[in-house]
Design a protein around this ligand. Structure first.
Ligand code: AR6
Ligand code: MG
Length: 324
C-alpha cells in the first residue's frame, strides 16, 4: 500500500517542479543577489537567457537520465545509468566542467569507477548529483534504506566525494518526505528537519550543522545576505542543498514563492531553483505549479510532455513495488 496522500499529481509535482525551478533560474545563473535585485527585483517569470525562455539545463537533462534508466531497468543499474547520462549529454545545456569530463571518459570506454576518480582524485563535491535526484525519491519514497542506496549509487557515477553523495541522499530524503506530507495541513517544519537529521549518515557532521542553521533561520526573519552567508548559494553540494531545503521550509504555503525566493538568492540559481522546485513540487503537487510557468517550459523531443510521461512511468513503477 502506498501512503494514502501519495498521488500521481505529487510525483509529477516533484519532477516538473525540478524542471520549472531549473528554467526559472537559468537566465541568471552566476549572478549575485545584488545584480538580480537591481535588474529584476525578483525573478517572477520564465525568461530567456543563455538559452530560450523555458529551456532546461544540465540539471533537468540528468534528471531525465535518472528517470529513463530507472524505468528501463525497473531498478538502479549503475552501468546503464552512466551510459544513459552519456547518451543524453548535450554540452549546450551547461554541465559542470568536472561532470562533462567524467561523461567524456565513460563515453570513450573508461569504467565509471575509474573515470570519476580521474577528474578530481577525491571526487567532485559539486551539487550535480543532488540536483538530478528527484526520480529516486519518487521511486523509493517510504523506503529509506533503498532510497539511500540508490541515491548514493547514482551520485557516485559522477560525484565520488562524500559531501556530494550525502547531499544527494539528503535532497532525495527531503523530496521523499515532501511527497508523504499532506499539503492540506500546516507543515510541521521542525518535524521535517528532525526526520532529515535522522536520515543523515553518522559522518555527515557538516550537513547536521547546516540543518541546525536552517532551524535557527526559520525562527527569525533573516536578511537575504544572512541566508546566503550561513547556508550558501554556490555550486558545492554543502553550499546549496540546505539552502534549497530552507527555501522550501520558509515558504511552505506556495510553490511559486518558494522557487522565486530560491532563485533570487543568486549564485547557482538554476540548481537551487531546481532542488527547491523538486521539494516544493512534491509537497504541493503539479497543481501547485503556476500554469503560466508550465506553459513556457520547452517542448520538443524530451520537453515538458516527455517529462510528464516519465513522471507517470515512475508512478506506475512505484505502484508495482511490493507492499511497504
Ligand atoms: N576539488 C577541487 N574543486 C572541485 C572539487 C574537488 N574535489 N569538486 C568540485 N570542484 P562539477 P556539477 C569544483 O564540475 O557538480 C552546473 O552549472 C570545480 O571547480 O562536478 O555537476 C550545474 O548545473 C568544479 O568544476 O559540476 C550545477 O549548478 C565545480 O566545483 C553546477 O554546475 C563543480 O563541480 C555544479 O555541477
Ligand atoms: Mg544547471
Amino acid at each position: 500500500m502506498l501512503p494514502g496522500v501519495l498521488t500521481l499529481d505529487k510525483i509529477s509535482g516533484a519532477i516538473l517542479g525540478a524542471f520549472t525551478g531549473d528554467a526559472l533560474g537559468m537566465p541568471v545563473e552566476g549572478w549575485s543577489f545584488q545584480e538580480i535585485s537591481e535588474r529584476y527585483g525578483e525573478i517572477t517569470e520564465v525568461l530567456p537567457g543563455r538559452l530560450k525562455a523555458g529551456s532546461y539545463t544540465d540539471d533537468t537533462e540528468m534528471m531525465i537520465g535518472i528517470a529513463e534508466s530507472l524505468l528501463e531497468c525497473g531498478t538502479f543499474n549503475d552501468r546503464h545509468m552512466a551510459l544513459t547520462f552519456c547518451r543524453n549529454y548535450n554540452p549546450g545545456r551547461g554541465y559542470g566542467p568536472g561532470t562533462a569530463r567524467v561523461l567524456h571518459l565513460i563515453e570513450s570506454g573508461t569504467p565509471w569507477e575509474q573515470a570519476v576518480k580521474k577528474v578530481f582524485p577525491d571526487g567532485s563535491y559539486g551539487n550535480g548529483a543532488a540536483m538530478r535526484i528527484a526520480p529516486v525519491a519518487c521511486l523509493y519514497v517510504g523506503r529509506p534504506d533503498e532510497l539511500r542506496k540508490c541515491a548514493a549509487g547514482s551520485a557516485r557515477l559522477t560525484h565520488a566525494h562524500p559531501q556530494a553523495v550525502e547531499g544527494a541522499v539528503l535532497q532525495a530524503s527531503a523530496v521523499a518526505l515532501a511527497l508523504t506530507a499532506d499539503s492540506q495541513y500546516p507543515l510541521d517544519q521542525k518535524g521535517f528537519l528532525r526526520s532529515l537529521k535522522n536520515s543523515l549518515s553518522p559522518g555527515a557532521g557538516e550537513y547536521r550543522e547546516k540543518l541546525d542553521c536552517v532551524e535557527k533561520l526559520l525562527e527569525i526573519e533573516p536578511t537575504v545576505e544572512k541566508i546566503i552567508r550561513e547556508l550558501g548559494n554556490g555550486v558545492k553540494a554543502i553550499q546549496s542543498v540546505c539552502t534549497s531545503i530552507y527555501s522550501f521550509l520558509a515558504n511552505p504555503g506556495s510553490f511559486e514563492k518558494a522557487v522565486i525566493k530560491a532563485v533570487s538568492l543568486g549564485g547557482d540559481t538554476d540548481t537551487i531553483g531546481s532542488m527547491t522546485g523538486a521539494i516544493s513540487g512534491a509537497y504541493h503537487g503539479r497543481q501547485g505549479i503556476p500554469e503560466r510557468w508550465l506553459e513556457k517550459l520547452e517542448e520538443g523531443q524530451k520537453g515538458r510532455g516527455y517529462v510528464e510521461e516519465l513522471a507517470a512511468g515512475l508512478w506506475f513503477l512505484l505502484s508495482e513495488q511490493p507492499e511497504l
